[in-house]
Design a protein around this ligand. Sequence first.
Ligand code: SF4
Length: 102
Amino acid sequence: MYEEITVDKYLQDKDIREIAIVTTDRCEARCAHCLMESSPDRTERLSVKQITDYIDYFSAKEELQLVCFTGGESTLLGDDLLEAIAYCSEHDIPTRLVTNAT
Ligand code: SF4
């Protein structure tokens, strides 16, 4: 018999100060080794509201020292990515961007 573990319970004893947000599974590339199986065919992505909700969730537990935006290709979010980065800046949270630079 396994104990049911909620996200809150799993995280309660963790000291999480850095998070990576998979903003989208979409990518212009289609690399065979891609862990996310990203490709131009994928359409899944987060909204700005979903991204900022994650940031708020983790910020409420610990002072975040880094938010890393990744994917897929996170720059495909365009202005939404800039808005998410600005949100972090407004809350004094450093950011990192993972991109294939295409
Ligand atoms: S996310 Fe990276 S590894 Fe995956 S398909 Fe795009 S460029 Fe390739």
